[in-house]
Design a protein around this ligand. Structure first.
Ligand code: NAD
Length: 327
């Protein structure tokens, strides 16, 4: 299986030692739960790396859309000579879709859960996975902030539950933040480390604290940008330009919030707020209002910016025009 690996995610000429090879050989079937923004990217990199991927979602339309997105993203790789048409067809041929979780996980060696960021939903999914997946199967979650230890405590295999936090967009971003729950087995963490490296990513192992490292640092930054906007310190363009040109961030925090999804940002801030019990993590009222009103960023068509299908132009939402710093 691992010889079939194709395209840019391949580890160049790296020769796999016997240990690594043995670990990877045990992971023949990967089930990805959820086929949204992250789920489709995770399916993409695994399929491109030669794994048989079972994509599972409660919504067949979401999976049809996900397959289309994967195809388009692979076309971009082909245009850059990073993949061939034959590689693309082979990778797509390795993905099978399921709406029935029992079918999707019955032969799985590893499950990566990438469903909506909601603690009750994730607990329910992990209880089901624990019952339906083979005993040896590793249960990983792509959660941005929910406690791995808490999710694991609802299963009978807490040693096999771990965080495997990919970044968006998955085929492009190099980092995988691996989160050890309090009870996660060392061998499981080692396997995920080897697996992430094999996928062409750079893994970093951290411990299970609210927001882990990535979102404990990123989300308060985004929230502070939203508070600055809310207080009228500066406008959307000014805030994003200052962070892009002044701090060399590739994207301003408000554009990034739109890209991640404002509902996801809100939910992570709530996890930090509750987890640390510190007022400094309270989500901005503007963020809460935008989420409640359905302005979720790129995925809903409007957040701090307005999104028109097919256009890459960055247009500030009418709601935030002329509301910045007045000279
Ligand atoms: N969006 C990001 O930038 C980002 C980055 C890193 C991690 N994450 C995390 O990844 C996870 C997924 O986020 P997303 O942005 O892809 O969400 P999304 O809203 O784009 O997709 C979620 C998908 O989960 C499906 N789903 C809901 N309940 C389900 C169930 N019971 N079984 C199977 N599928 C179900 C939905 O139908 C939907 O297709 C979240 O935990 C999020 O915190 C997101």
């Amino acid at each position: 299986m691992i010889q079939e690996k194709a395209g840019t995610v391949k580890l160049g000429d790296t020769v796999l030692d016997d240990n690594t090879k043995a670990m990877l050989e045990k992971l023949k079937i990967v089930t990805v739960i959820g086929s949204g923004t992250m789920g489709n990217g995770i399916c993409h990199v695994f399929a491109q790396s030669g794994f048989n991927v079972h994509m599972m979602d409660i919504n067949q339309a979401a999976m049809d859309k996900a397959l289309g997105v994967i195809g388009k993203n692979m076309d971009r790789q082909i245009a850059k000579n990073a993949l061939t048409e034959a590689d693309k067809q082979a990778a797509l041929g390795r993905i099978t879709t399921y709406t029935d979780m029992a079918e999707a996980v019955k032969d799985a060696d590893i499950v990566i859960e990438a469903a909506t960021e909601n603690i009750d939903l994730k607990v329910k999914i992990f209880q089901q996975l624990d019952q339906l997946a083979p005993e040896h199967c590793i249960l990983a979650t792509n959660t941005s902030s929910i406690s791995i230890t808490r999710i694991a405590s609802h299963t009978k295999r807490p040693g096999k539950v771990i965080g495997m936090h990919f970044m968006n967009p998955v085929p492009v971003m190099k980092l995988v933040e691996i989160i050890n729950g309090y009870a996660t087995d060392v061998e499981v963490a080692n396997t995920i480390h080897v697996l992430a490296t094999y996928l062409g990513k750079v893994p970093c192992i951290v411990n299970d604290y609210p927001g882990f490292i990535s979102n404990r640092i990123l989300m308060p930054l985004i929230n502070e940008a939203i508070l600055s906007l809310q207080e009228g310190v500066a406008g959307v363009e000014e805030i994003d330009t200052i962070m892009k040109l002044g701090m060399a961030h590739p994207m301003g925090p408000l554009q990034l919030a739109d890209f991640i999804g404002l509902d996801t940002c809100y939910s992570i801030m709530n996890v930090l707020h509750m987890g640390f019990g510190n007022q400094k993590y309270a989500p901005a009222t503007l963020l809460a209002n935008m989420v409640q009103a359905g302005f979720l960023g790129a995925k809903s068509g409007e957040g701090f910016y307005k999104y028109t299908p097919g256009s890459k132009e960055l247009v500030v939402s009418e709601r935030f025009k002329n509301k910045g710093w007045k000279i």
